[in-house]
Each structure stands twice: as C-alpha cells, then as structure tokens.
Design a protein around this ligand. Structure first.
Ligand SMILES: C[S@@+](CC[C@H](N)C(=O)[O-])C[C@H]1O[C@@H](n2cnc3c(N)ncnc32)[C@H](O)[C@@H]1O
Length: 210
C-alpha cells in the first residue's frame, strides 16, 4: 500500500523552497562526485522527488546510460517528468512506489543497476533500512550505493541546529535517523564526505560479491 508523504501539495514549489542552492546542492554534488560513474551507467534514484539529481547524473552517464527514479508522490514525479521532458532526457524512467515495500525485482531486472542513490529521502522513511536493502539488492556486485542525508550540524556550526531541525521538521525528515549507519557493515569500501558544517552526510559504498 502506498503511503502519503508531505510531498504532494508542495511539489510545484519544492525546487524554490528547498534551500537547494545555498545548502543542499553541495551534498548531492559530493555524492555524485564520489560515485564517478562511467558513461553508460544505469542508476536507480530512490525518493527522486523532482529529479534534482538528474542533471548531475546525466553529466556522468550520458545518453547511453539511464536513470530510474522512484518516488511515492505522483506530484513530485510529475515535476521530475517535466524536468526530463524539457531537457530532452529520453533515458529517464519514473516509477511511483513506496521504496520501503517495493521489491527490487519490480524496479527492473534484479541487480541491473550499476549504482543507486538516495538524497534527502531515507530520513523521511521510518523503515529506511528496507529502502536501503532494496537499493543494495537492485545494484550489481561491485556497483555503488550512495546515501546523502542530514544530521544536526557539528562543531562551530552547531549554532545552526535549531534552523536545521526546523528545516527537517518542515520537510518531514527525522534529523536523528542517520540512515547511513548500517552501510559500513552492508557494503565495502565506504567513502564519506561531510558538508555544510556536518549537517549533510554523504556515504558511498560498493556492493559485495554474491
Ligand atoms: C526531501 S525530498 C528529496 C527529493 C530528492 N531526492 C532531492 O534530493 O531533492 C524526499 C522525497 O522522498 C519521497 N518519499 C518519502 N517517502 C517515500 C517512500 N516511502 N517511498 C518513496 N519515496 C518517498 C518524497 O515523496 C519526496 O519526493
């Protein structure tokens, strides 16, 4: 059964109200840099929203690659479709599904993807471990899984914690979910980055052989 998310009425405004350029762009850019995908890669984007990862991914994968975006909100997917149509990306497939219950096999051939990414999405899902397991199951051995998500800012940036908490609450995210914590035992060669005063955490790990 599909689960309602806050990303229905606000979908058309998301790109404007989401602090993309001042704050959150840096996290997706760091993750996609770490992925460093070869041309022709097939990528799964879980909780893809309006498709803000797509242009950065397209720069790496090119037209011979593909992006499969999954989101529970039809309204967010409408925006992602508009973005893809206006950019002329014919290699994007959009699937409306709950990432915590969808089977990896429903997203394409099992283990078809060269990489999977979830940016600012898993912390919205109480059962984020199920979504992360699906990302891993859908990625071929040796492929990469990337998670970008939020925590309270650290060090001198901790003064921004109330603002970070507010932003997460408004977006429906749990700032204390830390949905990257299991990656070190589920994946190998986990690389990390931390941006925006530690508020944004990036992890990229490789899927183990069968
Ligand atoms: C904060 S937005 C992030 C969107 C995009 N990844 C980005 O970086 O801009 C979170 C997205 O996760 C989606 N989402 C929340 N729960 C979900 C679930 N259980 N399954 C699939 N998508 C979900 C929402 O609909 C929303 O589009």
């Amino acid at each position: 059964m599909k689960r309602p998310t806050p990303y229905t009425a606000s979908a058309q405004l998301y790109d404007v109200i989401s602090f993309e350029w001042p704050v959150y762009r840096a996290g997706r850019a760091a993750a996609i840099d770490l992925l460093s995908l070869p041309t022709g890669s097939h990528v799964l984007d879980i909780g893809c929203g309006t498709g803000l990862n797509f242009s950065l991914l397209q720069q790496q994968i090119g037209p011979s690659g593909s992006i499969t975006g999954v989101d529970a909100s039809a309204q967010m997917l409408d925006q992602a479709r508009r973005r893809s149509d206006s950019a002329g990306w014919s290699n994007v497939t959009l699937i409306e599904a709950d990432a915590t219950t969808v089977d990896a096999a429903e997203l394409g051939d099992e283990r078809r993807f060269d990489a999977a990414i979830a940016t600012y999405a898993l912390s919205l899902m109480a059962e984020w471990e199920s979504a992360l397991n699906t990302m891993i199951a859908a990625t071929r051995p040796g492929g990469d899984v990337a998670v970008v998500d939020m925590q309270k800012p650290t060090g001198a940036a901790a003064v921004w914690t109330p603002l970070a908490r507010l932003a997460c609450r408004l977006g429906g995210s749990d700032i204390d979910a830390h949905p990257w914590t299991t990656m070190t035992r589920q994946l190998t060669e986990v690389r990390s980055a931390s941006v925006r005063g530690g508020h944004i955490q990036v992890r990229v790990g490789s899927v183990l052989p069968d």
